[in-house]
Design a binder for this molecule. Structure first.
Ligand code: FMN
Ligand code: SF4
Ligand code: FES
Length: 620
């Protein structure tokens, strides 16, 4: 490939950050110091070179983490090492919020001002920083702060996440100004928040009913021996005993539906991949978890990382894949650390590798980090992200089961879906199918946050009501009245207190016109400002739209503008005209967008208008 590199050269620090990840360049063509006589006779090209492109995102991560930004020289060097045109690499680098192609101070503190955090001190913290430190994104003396969408720590609101060049990234909950001071100080020993996580696992009563969370808070997340002592790796053993076909049959008979939002039957997906003649097959664990209000996958990964590894191994075995990817959102440093450790341990003890547990099948897992893009949770955007491209969704069909990552058959599942498979194999398909309801089998994790006494991840059996779940979380804070509950996250919708007896099942949700999505239950009492929350949701979608298709790129902007006009009283025409416009934009986005982001970008706002009368002189 004829690479048109830029003039800029990398600094020594940039070179060593990239080489630290990719290894030293083998030839002058790849950025080695000089072209040798050998280099002039042999040049690698074609497929061999193109196959390196998937290393682009981790290489950019290395650069960003090492020196704090991606300069032209640094980008040039990465491009040369991976034979990716610099313009392409620039397109990728600028796609992700965690990367900066402008020079900036080495420490960047992301302060969550999203739905759960803004009323819980997040906005106040932003104001305090603005007043006492520096305006947003301005140098505050070797560091900057920026507002951030949900950091996936809503149960510990308000949350911050800090990128610190040359030092470990940290995420902290219950954040105050002093927490910001600690993360920006030169002291390297700032610990990640261990997390409130799953309050149910901290009480003795009812613990025995936990299935998905049964090891959380009990087994040492760093010890594979402890994991095994608590039933770990029994599922792989069972799967091998019954074989891949029967494993898929068990998942099908258990009627397990995906927990990532779309509720697709997992057995059907696995069967479709397993029977594809094209090789290789891939399995992917989708741990991107960026839906505002969602944090269940983080808690599982932090507290029971080996379970995620084992479940993906079962998926690989069943689908005939020798390689799995675990794609985790970039803002989860503790979960990343624990999973990386778990993968290394599993490899070391023969639970991953050429001959898994001596059972004669090969499987290994590569951990990939996102870099701050909600859209990368959409499965086809995630494939593009792994492949080193911009995380833009693809048109479907073709579907991932035939054309997934690298164009090969791919089974992609959410973290919670996968750990449910362990339970299917533990209790048997029939027993699993008997849990919950006819249409929604098995246990389910919910992320309960906002104005409740004990926010956290709760495990219930499908069929419990919203009221029961809120009571499990200690009820509304201070016994206040509920004004609204956001179900399913920003892509979900608001319901009012009249819906508290709604059942939390897929079929009831469909019939009742509400959504469970990724299990978000964000409770708001009378003090909440729903108009403000709707504006934040509209801003979220405007920011996160990948911009690839017009209905979503333009629609998310128009939606936000119209809402602001309603709030400021500067409507074009009457209020009714604006509401009609918002409705029309919503319909266009829903019907004509390529992917689920655009299709759901108006759902929450629409529900607030239709169910609660927000913006219409009703509740606000
Ligand atoms: C904008 C958008 C974001 C998404 N984010 C996630 C995510 O963070 N995690 C996830 O598991 N699924 C997410 N999904 C759904 C995935 O595309 C896919 O359906 C899911 O990973 C399939 O897994 P499941 O069958 O186990 O649910 C998202 C979808 C859209 C449209
Ligand atoms: S709907 Fe939005 S996020 Fe999805 S492809 Fe279109 S522009 Fe991108
Ligand atoms: S971490 Fe702030 S809203 Fe989720």
């Amino acid at each position: 490939m004829d690479l048109h590199l830029m003039d800029a050269a990398p600094t020594e620090a940039e070179r060593s950050a990239v080489d630290g990840f990719l290894g030293l360049p083998e030839t002058g063509w790849e950025g080695g110091p000089e072209r040798s006589a050998g280099d002039l006779r042999v040049v690698r090209s074609g497929r061999e070179v193109r196959e390196q492109r998937h290393l682009l995102l981790p290489a950019l991560h290395a650069l960003q983490a090492g020196v704090g930004w991606i300069s032209r020289g640094g980008l040039n060097y990465v491009s040369q090492r991976l034979s990716v045109p610099p313009a392409d690499a620039y397109g990728v680098a600028t796609f992700y919020a965690m990367f900066s192609v402008e020079e900036r101070p080495p420490t960047v503190v992301h302060v969550c001002d999203d739905l759960a955090c803004r009323g819980a001190g997040g906005l106040a913290l932003c104001e305090e920083l603005e007043r006492d430190a520096a305006p947003e994104a301005a140098d505050a003396g070797g560091w900057v702060w920026v507002r951030s969408p949900c950091l996936g720590m809503c149960e510990q609101a308000p949350a911050i996440f800090a990128q610190r060049a040359g030092r470990a990234e940290v995420a902290i909950g219950g954040a105050t100004r002093s927490a910001v001071d600690r993360v920006v100080a030169p002291d390297p020993d700032v610990a990640n928040a261990g997390g409130i996580g799953a309050p149910q696992t901290r009480v003795t009563e009812g613990r025995e009913r936990l299935r998905l969370l049964r090891r959380a808070g009990v087994a040492d997340p760093a010890s594979i021996d402890d994991y095994r002592a608590h039933g770990g790796y029994e599922a792989v053993r069972s799967a091998v005993e019954i074989g891949p076909e029967a494993t898929i049959q068990a998942v099908t008979d258990a009627k397990l539906l995906g927990r990532g939002g779309a509720a697709f039957p997992t057995g059907v997906k696995w069967q479709a991949v397993a029977t594809q003649p094209v090789r290789p097959h891939y399995v992917i664990c989708n741990a991107d978890e960026s839906e505002p209000g969602t944090f269940k996958d983080r808690v599982v990964m932090e507290q029971d990382p080996f379970a995620v590894i084992e479940a993906l191994t079962v998926a690989g075995f069943a689908c005939g894949a020798e390689k799995g990817f675990l794609y985790i959102r970039g803002e989860y440093p503790l979960a990343t650390e624990r999973l990386a450790h778990a993968i290394a341990e599993a490899r070391h003890h023969g639970f991953l590798g050429e001959d898994v547990m001596g059972h004669g099948f090969a499987f290994d897992i590569e951990l990939r980090r996102g870099a701050g893009a909600y859209i990368c949770g959409e499965e086809t955007a995630l494939f593009n992200s792994i492949e080193g491209k911009r995380g833009e969704p693809r048109n479907k069909p073709p579907f991932p089961v035939t054309h997934g990552v690298f164009g090969k058959p791919t089974a992609i599942n959410n973290v919670e879906t996968l750990i449910n498979v362990l339970e299917v194999l533990r209790v048997g398909a029939e027993a699993f199918a008997a849990i919950g309801t006819e249409g929604s089998t098995g246990p389910r994790l919910f992320c309960v946050s906002g104005h409740v006494e004990r926010p956290g991840v709760y495990e219930i059996e499908h069929g419990a009501t919203l009221r029961e779940l809120i009571e499990l979380a200690g009820g509304v804070r201070g016994g206040a009245a509920i004004k609204a509950v956001l179900l399913g996250g920003a892509a979900g919708g608001f319901v009012g207190p009249d819906m508290l007896d709604a059942k939390l099942t897929f079929e009831d949700a469909k019939e009742g016109g509400y959504t469970l999505g990724s299990g978000v239950v964000m409770v708001f009492d009378e003090s909440a400002d729903l108009v403000d929350l709707c504006l934040r949701i509209a801003r979220f979608f405007r920011d996160e739209s990948c911009g690839q298709c017009v209905p979503c790129r333009v629609g998310t902007v128009r939606q936000e503008e119209a809402l602001h006009r309603l709030v400021s009283g500067t409507t074009i025409g009457s209020r009714e005209d604006e509401l009609a416009l918002i409705d029309e934009v919503a319909r266009v986005m829903r019907d004509a967008s390529i992917c689920g982001l655009g299709q759901t970008a108006a759902s929450a706002v629409q529900s607030a208008i239709a169910r609660l009368g927000v913006f219409d002189g009703g509740v606000a």
